[in-house]
Design a protein around this ligand. Structure first.
Ligand SMILES: NC(=O)c1ccc[n+]([C@@H]2O[C@H](COP(=O)([O-])OP(=O)(O)OC[C@H]3O[C@@H](n4cnc5c(N)ncnc54)[C@H](OP(=O)(O)O)[C@@H]3O)[C@@H](O)[C@H]2O)c1
Length: 334
């Protein structure tokens, strides 16, 4: 498995990470047995980076990972965990909590659910506007000192927050949406991270399945699948976006890769400091995603991909207005 490093201070990890969110939340129901088999297949294939959040299924996702790791060497996995997004039993976002006491309390529960004495990267899922980032990162750095956490990470943070956080404790990586259709980080966030030696863990590289080549307007949305309310999956936007996917498919056919592999390979080609997470929930999807590591894009291929899916061509924002409003990375000037 090809390795990349999470920033200049972070650990070496597999060049593709597995994002486990969809196994517990947001994409409708999933099959636990298949989810665990998928995590184990990823580990067997050499994937080391597993990403989760304590609010993915209210702890369910961490329990799945614990089960998948049972009987294995804990050190085989680099566990990246998010906290601080408060959700009701029904899954609605209730608020954000980056208070130092909440940080430590959340980690205590996470360690128990994961069945481990440390996590490798710990990060606030969304900036809590009521708590200065220095306080939240300060609390994580105390957990680092105590040996419960390996590295400080960030999620969906903008340049100012990134700098302020990094001044308190070196930040290993910023987790943020980055794909052919979500290139906002290229203007300021990516250069800021590069200047500071902070890596990028890119999520949504398939735009939640939209640009995977497997999405169609006929696909029934399961109850609880939040994509039903996402702008890019709705109405005319969906038609326009799937037309882009067909243009990508034409390039994929020429290179012998699938659409999903091309989309993942494009993110991989954006820099050694970028580690794409893939949200595979099944072993067949995982196999397809991992094969993207063998897709070598020439500069002509990259040009053809970017011609097929030009920068501003996607229709719709990446989240609904309520969720866009809590993204520090999308604040004006961010
Ligand atoms: N920090 C943050 O704010 C944040 C936000 C969101 C996610 N994340 C992390 O990033 C991870 C990935 O994000 P994501 O799931 O939204 O993005 P994604 O990888 O863009 O999308 C995953 C979706 O694409 C579909 N898909 C189709 N072909 C696939 C293939 N070959 N490989 C993988 N998936 C394929 C999946 O399966 P089906 O077609 O089977 O449904 C799933 O519905 C999450 O699991 C989570 O750990 C972080």
């Amino acid at each position: 498995m090809i390795q990349r490093r999470l920033g200049s201070s972070g650990p070496a990890v597999s060049a593709l990470g597995l994002g486990c969110m969809g196994m517990s939340a947001l994409y409708g129901s999933a099959d636990d047995t298949e989810s665990i088999a998928t995590i184990q297949a990823a580990l067997d294939a050499g994937v080391t980076l597993l990403d989760t959040g304590d609010y993915y299924g209210a702890g369910h996702n961490e329990l799945l990972i614990r089960e998948a790791l049972r009987g294995r060497d804990r050190e085989q996995a680099v566990l990246s965990v998010k906290f601080g997004v408060l959700r009701s039993p029904g899954g609605e976002i209730l608020g954000l909590d980056g208070r130092p006491a909440a940080v430590k309390n959340a980690l205590a529960y996470t360690l128990t659910r994961l069945g481990t004495d440390h996590v490798d990267v710990y990060r606030l899922g969304r900036l809590d506007p009521a708590v200065p980032i220095e306080e939240t990162v300060g609390a994580i750095s105390e957990l680092v000192e105590a040996g419960y956490v390996g590295q400080v990470g960030l999620s969906e943070a903008g340049p100012e927050t990134i700098r302020r956080a990094h001044a308190v404790h070196p930040v290993a990586d910023l987790q943020i949406e980055y794909s052919l259709v979500s290139r906002g980080i290229e203007a300021e966030i990516l250069p800021t991270c590069r200047q500071l030696g902070i890596g990028i863990t890119a999520y949504g590289v398939l735009s939640r399945g939209l640009i995977s080549g497997h999405w169609s307007p006929a696909r029934p949305l399961a109850a609880g699948d939040f994509r039903g309310g996402m702008p890019r999956f709705s109405g005319d936007n969906l038609d326009r976006n799937l037309a882009l996917v067909e243009r990508l498919r034409a390039v994929a056919d020429e290179t012998g890769a699938t659409v999903a592999q091309l989309a993942i390979a494009w993110v991989l080609s954006r820099g050694e400091d970028i580690v794409p997470l893939v949200g595979a929930r099944r072993r067949d999807r995982l196999r397809e995603a991992l094969a993207a590591l063998a897709v070598e894009l020439t500069s002509d291929d990259v040009a053809a991909i970017e011609l097929a899916v030009p920068q501003q061509a996607v229709a719709g924002e990446r989240y609904d207005p309520r969720q866009m409003a809590i993204l520090d990375s999308e604040r004006r000037g961010a």
